[in-house]
Ligand binder design. Structure first.
Ligand code: G3P
Ligand code: MG
Length: 239
């Protein structure tokens, strides 16, 4: 069954406006119950679900998240760039998104972003506060980041939380980093993954997830290599 190995990337980013509640509803209608979303920081310390460090790609508004407050963002339309039917979509807070996803029995991969305008501590502390409420409600949960410092801070505070280290390409010292974090999974750009790397990761006992796969032939090869799951913008490609 392939559906349980598909992770809706930003909530099916090809089919609905990424990282919105509307995208999560669509994901659920498609029968996909595992999503990846991006946690990001606003200037007043609110953690929101939004990929970029500024607004312009996904709205008509402009501005850097760190120079805005959540009140500034509350009106920002992040659906119309995708289609008029999504014009009511706003940037969700992490709290709102966690409530929605846990109530609808999703598995969650929360990717925590780190842009240069804020420190690891600044995003980790409010993210932990939000997740503390409901992390046990998720059947499947992985907290991932490209930023190892973010994962180290979470490990220190919450050693029982499952962590995934993200890289574009697997570095030579991957195993010592993964071991020191007590990571459960490795997340990589699939276009840079080799068969030997996949074998080594699996032999070392880690789950292996790759992004962003929108090609069924590539997915078939990746599963044959031992990949456990793929992040995709469009799960309907894999019917
Ligand atoms: O978590 C996998 C993937 O989402 C990482 O890259 O830029 O799409 O957040 P990005
Ligand atoms: Mg992501």
């Amino acid at each position: 069954m392939i559906a349980n190995r598909l992770i809706a990337h930003r909530g099916c980013a090809q089919l609905a406006p990424e990282n919105t509640l509307g995208a999560m509803r669509l994901t659920q209608r498609l029968g996909i119950d595992w999503v990846e979303i991006d946690a990001n920081l606003v200037g007043d310390g609110t953690v929101v679900i939004f990929h970029d460090d500024e607004l312009s790609r996904l709205s008509k508004d402009q501005g850097r998240l760190m120079s805005l407050t959540y009140a500034d963002l509350a009106h920002v339309d992040v659906g119309s760039h995708f289609s008029a039917e999504y014009s009511a979509e706003r940037i969700p807070t992490l709290d709102e998104m966690l409530v929605f996803l846990s109530q609808h029995q999703f598995g969650l991969n929360l990717e925590i972003k780190r842009y240069e305008h804020f420190s690891a501590e600044q995003i980790v502390e409010p993210s932990i506060r939000a997740l503390e409420q409901n992390w046990q409600a998720f059947d499947r949960l992985i907290i991932s980041s490209f930023d190892t410092e973010i994962l180290q801070l979470i490990q220190q505070r919450k050693p029982e939380w499952p962590l995934g280290q993200l890289w574009e390409a697997l570095p030579d010292n991957w195993q010592s980093i993964a071991e020191s974090l007590g990571a459960v999974s490795i997340h990589l750009d699939y276009s840079q993954l080799t068969t030997d790397q996949a074998r080594a990761i699996k032999q070392a006992g880690y789950d292996l997830y790759v992004y962003t796969v929108n090609d069924p032939n590539a997915a078939k090869c990746l599963f044959e290599m031992g990949v456990d799951g793929i992040f995709t913008d469009n799960p309907t490609l894999f019917d």
